[in-house]
Design a binder for this molecule. Structure first.
Ligand code: FAD
Length: 455
């Protein structure tokens, strides 16, 4: 196998993107995917039906020329539409205007577009070929086909994009321990559906251009729009413990009673609630930490295989896309030295993966609890005013993560410093209107250095 041959395990979102980007840079890429081709067999993702695409992911897609096509299939989400227990709702915008929005995309539709792009760029994808083992001394992979047959292929340089349950990670760990730690969240999720309404001119039963949230303290529902007018609703709830938990809500009848009390307005929009509840499994949520992501220049993990996170910042795929773009840039700069590329990749990306893992966990508390908390709303309001008055010195953390390419680790650190300052400025104030804004801006600019250039 010549030196510029690269094998990729997994043709999911990240594997298809990295295959495209590396092929475009002159590498000969062969991809091995366990599932059958979803374009022929239909998509069976096993994860969320739709997901939120933000600037980091879009930026990587722009490099492949796919961004416009993806946006053409997406639904814009301007902010969080928060639904309170009394049935009132209000929009909390994510950014300043429609230049700062996120996009709801279909996982299956996106994967299909990306597989087409990888093949059009020249990558070879073998479907129905699951990785069963790897020999990193010999530079070979063992692949298992659906008919039970096995074969061994040469792959001196292999990238594992085979998701949270990565088989390549397991093989690497057997070769040399990676320092793996999995922290279960203790909460799971179940997907339900609000179908399109009967009026084809206005099929969306609730506001189309928003990510809907029903925050209820220790648990919540969210809903993301789909193009044809439906919404994918996801309930996040503790797995065990006191009611309500997935353990205490045994069947569809109990679930319906729970929704009737906690989410009555959402329940009214779900005619197939009982069937969805019975048929859809409870998904598990965890954060994966590794000390090492690569074995010399032989194998490297990216995307969820390296750093699966909980979904509450909507950044798992976006972060994986940033991984793919960074890796392709490093490979293009040092094509003959995968060991150097992998070491540089791990050094740059690991602190950022750790930071988004942390922020995703924090965002669960924010979404299910704080979006309805007056103190949090005051902090947000003052933060928004400071961002308007001093855009060189203040940018809310959510916007740094979602609408810029500032490293996640920077967003985490700067966000903490900004929060500390805003808390100090709000001390003794029950109302943001009573804060002296001119003095607050002077304190901000004297305390924190200017932000780095954005984008
Ligand atoms: P995957 O998407 O898991 O793809 C892995 C691929 O590898 C699959 O095609 C699989 O079949 C293949 N594979 C597995 N094992 C083998 C094997 N042995 N051999 C060969 N191939 C194999 N992220 C966002 O950015 N925004 C969101 O809004 C968002 N929402 C989410 C909601 C939920 C409920 C969940 C669970 C996740 C969400 N995420 C979101 C995270 C996102 O789904 C993941 O970060 C993303 O799918 C990671 O892509 P990946 O390609 O690394 O892994």
């Amino acid at each position: 196998m010549p030196r510029n041959d690269i094998a990729v395990v997994g043709a999911g979102l990240v594997g298809a993107l990295v295959a495209t980007l590396l092929t475009q840079r002159g590498f000969r890429v062969t991809v091995y995917e366990k599932r059958p081709d979803p374009r022929l067999a239909g998509f069976s993702g096993g994860r969320s039906i739709n997901l939120a695409l933000a600037e980091r992911g879009l930026h990587a897609l722009r490099a492949t020329g796919l961004a416009d096509q993806v946006l053409g299939q997406a639904v814009m989400m301007r902010g969080r539409m928060v639904h309170d227990p009394a049935g009132h709702s209000g929009l909390q915008r994510y950014g300043v205007d429609d230049s700062e929005v996120i996009w709801s995309v279909s996982r299956g539709g996106l994967n299909t577009l990306m597989l087409d792009a990888a093949e059009a760029a020249g990558a070879t994808i073998h479907f129905g070929q699951g990785l069963a083992g790897a020999d990193f001394e010999r530079g070979t992979l063992t692949l298992h086909a659906a008919d039970g047959s096995e074969r061994t292929v040469e792959a001196p340089v292999v990238i594992g994009a085979d998701g949270a349950g990565s088989a390549l990670r397991a093989a690497m760990h057997r070769h040399a321990p990676l320092g793996e730690r999995v922290e279960e969240l203790g909460h799971g999720y179940k997907e339900l559906e609000i179908p399109p309404g009967s009026d084809p001119g206005a099929p969306f039963a609730i506001e189309r251009n928003a990510l809907h949230i029903w925050p209820r303290g220790h648990y919540m529902c969210i809903a993301l729009p789909n193009r044809e007018g439906s919404f994918t609703v996801t309930l996040f709830l503790p797995n065990e413990g006191e009611h309500p938990s997935f353990r205490t809500i045994a069947g569809a009848g109990a679930a319906e009673a729970f929704f009737r009390t906690e989410f009555p307005d959402a329940l009214d929009l779900m005619p197939d609630f009982a069937a969805d509840w019975s048929e859809h499994p409870v998904g598990s949520l965890a954060t994966l930490y590794l000390d090492r992501w690569h074995i010399g220049g032989r194998a490297l993990l990216i995307g969820d295989a390296a750093h699966a996170i909980v979904p509450f910042h909507g950044q798992g795929m976006n972060c994986g896309f940033e991984d793919a773009a960074e890796l392709a840039t490093l490979f293009a700069a040092t094509p003959g030295d995968p060991a150097a590329v992998f070491a540089a990749f791990e050094a740059t990306r690991k602190p950022n993966a750790d930071a988004i893992a942390q922020m995703a966990l924090e965002n669960y508390v924010e979404m299910r609890d704080k979006v309805a908390d007056p103190r949090f709303l005051r902090m947000r309001e003052l933060g928004g005013l400071l961002a308007q008055r001093s855009p060189t010195h203040y940018l809310p953390r959510y916007r740094m993560v979602t609408f810029t390419h500032l490293p996640y680790a920077y967003a985490l650190e700067r966000g903490r410093a900004q929060d500390t300052l805003v808390e100090q400025l709000l001390k003794g104030h029950d109302d943001v209107a009573s804060v002296d804004l001119d003095a607050a801006v002077r304190t901000l600019e004297a305390t924190l250095p200017p932000l780095p250039p954005l984008l």
